[in-house]
Design a protein around this ligand. Structure first.
Ligand code: CS2
Ligand code: MG
Length: 402
């Protein structure tokens, strides 16, 4: 069996997606996602200029060997661009393998471990009242777990607050929007938000919060401690994790569960965090961390320490990644939760799929493969549009972590 062609399709049905389509001499094709929010065309070039020429003629059944070839063979290891390109190939090859086997992908991973995938949705509002109303909407839709963010008084465009209710898209302009940040004000505000939420909705629902790398370890420890009475499911990205040791300080001061890893691209980004039990949930996902082949290694390492998965699932991860993550989630023994930010109708139409939401859970496709395809004709109607993530600045103008 041979790979006869591989093509990159860039489409922007409201936001940009980079998709790889691999075709074979047996008429079976596979689809992979390589989207890197705000830096999409770098992955396109990496795939077209450096990966695809090597793939033609290879045996698509050798998923592991091709992964090693693209990782070790490049000499230059890791990084968001390389690992997304590898992920795109890897997922397309798993798709082909599962289609050849006539099985939904989760069967090849080891079969079903659970019936449905518990997801969390994004409730946000300009102030606490509006966030409370947004959480109520999610509860009405059956969600068991909800991430809550709210505008912080005195902070211009705080992280995680959007105009709409169901769709949130941070990459909102063709040059980075400037947003604000003030740690003191946020530390006053966030505990008040969760006090209100628990007061209003009780303790039966899982509540989550994303700190989006804004705090120092000491400030994050303080926030975790203040949030303890509200029993969060997790506090996410409490501090940047380039220095994995930073989490030790947070851990020593709070029992609020910690999640990190949506920007990780390899097991090496998470190794010390996992082996020292400094986190509770690992957020790496398929497209970010080198595909299914690599993500399952991270999950297996995490499983040794009772650390559970919590795959990143923002709108910049295409339906191909979400659909594939649902197979991973259906199988992985140490599953925790899956993030679910709904794609727009336009996006869903470009990527036909049959995974579906019901009552707080997502259910993966039962079709052979991962079950997500691309409608190329429709995709061609939405040309690439440059869009960047925002930056954050403090009141004095200094750049901060967005
Ligand atoms: C966020 C993301 O979903 C999340 O937890 O942190 O929305 C993140 O900001 C985007 O994926 C950036 O592209
Ligand atoms: Mg996040």
């Amino acid at each position: 069996m041979k790979i006869t062609s591989a093509r990159v399709i860039v489409t922007c049905p409201g936001r940009n997606f980079v998709t790889l389509k691999i075709e074979t001499d047996q008429g079976v094709h596979g689809i992979g996602d390589g989207t890197l929010n705000g830096r999409e065309l770098s992955v396109v070039s990496y795939l077209e200029d450096h990966v695809i020429p090597c793939l033609i003629g290879m045996d698509p059944r050798r998923v592991e060997d091709i992964w090693q070839y693209l990782y070790r063979g490049a000499y230059w290891r890791r990084g968001p661009v390389t690992m997304r390109a590898i992920a795109a190939v890897d997922v397309a090859l798993w798709d082909i393998k599962a289609k050849m086997a006539g099985m939904p992908l989760y069967q090849l991973l080891g079969g079903r471990s659970r019936d449905g995938i518990m997801v969390y949705g994004h409730a946000n509002g300009a102030d606490i009242d509006r966030t409370v109303a947004a959480v109520a909407t999610y509860i009405d839709m059956g969600y068991k777990a909800i991430r809550a963010q709210s505008g912080v008084p005195g902070v211009e465009k705080a992280y995680g607050v959007s105009g709409g209710t169901l769709h949130y898209e941070p990459a909102d302009a063709d040059l980075p929007t400037v947003t604000g940040w003030d740690t003191r004000k946020a530390l006053n505000h966030v505990p008040q938000l969760f006090a209100r939420l628990r007061d209003t909705f009780g303790f039966d629902y899982h509540l989550l919060h994303d700190a989006h790398h804004r705090y120092t370890p000491q400030e994050a420890a303080n926030l975790g401690k203040m949030l303890e009475p509200y029993q969060l499911f997790w506090l996410e990205d409490a501090t940047p994790a380039e220095n994995q040791e930073a989490f030790r300080l947070i851990r020593q001061h709070t029992v609020t569960p910690l999640a990190v890893g949506e920007i990780f691209n390899s097991i090496w980004d998470a190794k010390d965090l996992i082996q020292n039990q400094l986190i509770d949930y690992i957020r790496a996902t398929i497209v970010g961390a080198g595909g299914l082949t690599h993500l399952r290694r991270i999950a297996d390492l995490a499983g040794l320490y009772q650390i559970r998965t919590g795959c990143h699932g923002a709108t910049d991860l295409s339906p191909v990644t979400l659909g594939t993550a649902l197979h991973f989630d259906t199988w992985v023994p140490n599953f925790g939760i899956q993030e679910y930010m709904r794609h727009t109708e336009e996006t869903d139409a470009v990527f036909p799929h049959d995974y579906h939401y019901k009552d707080g859970y997502l259910f993966c496709s039962e079709q052979p493969g991962h079950g997500v395809d691309i409608d190329e004709e429709l995709a061609a109607k939405y040309p690439y549009q440059r869009a960047y993530l925002p930056v954050a600045r403090l009141a004095d103008g200094q750049l901060w972590n967005w």
